[in-house]
Design a protein around this ligand. Structure first.
Ligand SMILES: Nc1nc2c(ncn2[C@@H]2O[C@H](COP(=O)(O)OP(=O)(O)OP(=O)(O)O)[C@@H](O)[C@H]2O)c(=O)[nH]1
Ligand SMILES: [Mg+2]
Length: 236
């Protein structure tokens, strides 16, 4: 493949009051390394409710900032999916927990194994302080529920880092406006893309910069409601 014909990579992050983390996160994206081997790169930050300087900081660091009026993690991603220009999307939280620095390795797996969608398993190498005990327990419960209800074999159903081809989105029915979108995209990908979807291990050893936006009880209940509606086929 000639250098010029390599795909464009869109890094996509939802950000709610992440002005402190964004400088570290954006600098961890290996833009030069990817460009050197022929990829073009864009960084897209979706901001829909920040009261701090998230948008200003992101723009200053070279990201394109997309605004969404409807609140929520899912709304931010849905807007982001429509806004990216790249052929491959790499997602992750804007809180410096996900290893964007390993992106070239992930892209190579996608390309070599001819995959459409990769989700990542944070539990394969997790730092002691990278996830609270409560969240580890919650993840275990929701992972088990996702696997039983939707016939999957995931190790990590709530991971926010996915590497996938933009064109795969047209096969996926993504409806959630909130945190359950993270489960939904995996349920859809494994159901619709079959063997071209895969879960791979990542290093999840950093500690979050800034405050958590996940509201464990509220988001847990929302996800249970989401499971019921998805299972009953009410989300179209
Ligand atoms: N644009 C936007 N981003 C959001 C919203 N809610 C959360 N986010 C972002 O989505 C990502 C995930 O939120 P986190 O608080 O890190 O959730 P989490 O990783 O499940 O929880 P922790 O492990 O406790 O950090 C972060 O980048 C947030 O800034 C929202 O309503 N709008
Ligand atoms: Mg996070």
């Amino acid at each position: 493949m000639s250098r010029r014909s390599k795909p464009m990579i869109s890094f996509l992050m939802p950000a709610l009051n992440e002005e402190d983390a964004l400088p570290v996160v954006i600098k961890s994206i290996p833009v030069s390394k990817l460009k050197t081997v022929g990829y073009s790169v864009e960084i897209v930050v979706v901001d829909n409710a920040s009261t701090d300087n998230t948008a200003k900081v992101a723009k200053k660091l070279g990201a394109r900032v997309v605004k969404e009026r409807k609140r929520g993690y899912g709304s931010a991603y849905k807007k982001g999916f429509k806004s990216v220009k790249g052929d491959i999307i790499i997602t992750g939280d804007a809180d410096n927990t996900y290893p964007f620095k390993d992106s070239l390795k992930f892209i190579k797996i996608l390309e070599k194994e001819d995959l459409e969608f990769i989700t990542t398993n944070r539990f394969s190498n997790m730092g002691k302080k990278s996830m609270t005990f409560r969240n580890r327990f919650g993840n275990y419960v929701f992972r088990t529920a996702t696997n039983i209800l939707f016939g999957l074999k995931l190790e990590d159903s709530w991971s926010g880092m996915w590497i996938f081809r933009t064109k795969a989105l047209k096969h996926l029915n993504i409806t959630s406006d909130g945190m359950p979108l993270s489960q939904e995209i995996k349920i859809e990908a494994f159901k619709k893309l079959g063997v071209r979807a895969k879960e791979i291990p990542i290093n999840f050893t950093n500690v979050r910069i800034g405050e958590a936006k996940l509201e464990p009880w509220k988001d847990g209940v929302r996800t249970l409601k989401f499971f019921a509606r998805k299972k009953l086929g009410l989300l179209r």
